[in-house]
Design a protein around this ligand. Sequence first.
Ligand SMILES: O=C([O-])C(=O)C[C@H](O)[C@@H](O)C(=O)[O-]
Ligand SMILES: [Mg+2]
Length: 424
Amino acid sequence: MKIKQVRVTPIAFRDAPLLNASGIHEPYALRSIIEVESDNGTIGLGESYGDAPVLSVLQAMQESLVGLDPFDLNGLRARVVKTVAALKPGTVGAELAPGSHPSKQVANAYSAFEVAFLDLQARSLGMPLVDLLGGAVRDEVPFSAYLFLKYAEHVGSPYKPDRWGEGISPEQIVAQARTMIEENGFKSIKLKAGTLLGPEHEVACIKALRQAFPGTPLRIDPNGNWSVETSLRMAELMGDDLQYYEDPCPGLEGMAEVHKRTGIPLATNMVVTDFDEFRRSVALNSVQIVLADHHYWGGLRDTQILARMCDTFGLGVSMHSNSHLGISLMAMTHVAAAVPNLSYACDTHYPWQEPDEEVIKGGKLPIVDGCVKLTRAPGLGVELDYDQLAKLHEQFLGCGIRQRNDVTQMQKYDPSWKALKPRF
Ligand SMILES: O=C([O-])C(=O)C[C@H](O)[C@@H](O)C(=O)[O-]
Ligand SMILES: [Mg+2]
């Protein structure tokens, strides 16, 4: 089998005005949809970031993959390394927003195509992708309710307000959690923090959630926007309420200090984002749980290696997400199903996505009892809806956003807003 054609299609879908450490989400989130077509007509699918720095690498890769055997993942890696090395200096992207890592260009681009190659391999063999990862140790993967403080609508009202309404007061956050849990059956809750509303307000939201959902595991994620001192002060207030404390403060040293002084397990998708940081974090005991993300950890197989290393060093493992669609959700589900030591329900932004903006046939995938189920369908088990792909590509062309920037978006609400880390 040889690769005949590769298509990378940037898309944009509506995204809610969600607050975070950098500022606020823009009205559209960007992704790219990857199709790798073999000479027997089988197509493998992938989904990755759609921001300019990543897109330029993915698009530069397209021609170089033609003629390659889709089972040749070392050949894929060599071509990614060569393409990235040939890029003009300056095309390396900065961090887009907390927890996104487009600057890891080799790992990002390799991952985008590795998923599509594996999907193509599995479809050709007539087996689910998870079978190429050693087989499923679970047939469904748990996800958590991912709550955000948010405004009712975007500045300038680019389209009609989303159905979630305002999410500012603790009562509104509890209501958001109720809806998300009623609709998806989630069994654990994560609150995005580090926002302009400040740590005390966010801790009040955690307290309200604790009261409303006794026994449900809770997590808070300020994306490194609190100082060590603030993180310690908030830990004192939340202590027993938390299942884990995610990236309270910046840096491996800061995290190590917070863990040493509180004993609370710390999770991260910010200070351990590659194998070198993993090595340094183990030496410092900075984190107790690594939130993997195949989009920047170098694909599904490298995510399995990461999980094995977490096991070796006694760390927990779960998964991080960014705004995404169903192809990414299924890639996350297949790899999480093949990680025996998955210790916590994974993150997903999927409930925030509007039902009419999925690129896969049949619309949004169901999340039932907090879980996404694997099927025995070949590959990732999803098919592209080409009408939807065309619609979301048109939206990309028209939306005017080419690189996510939550800081400049917040400046539309508050011109004095600056990127500060940590802010509190
Ligand atoms: O766990 C995380 O850090 C994330 O989910 C990163 C994302 O960028 C999140 O902060 C967001 O969507 O605003
Ligand atoms: Mg995080």
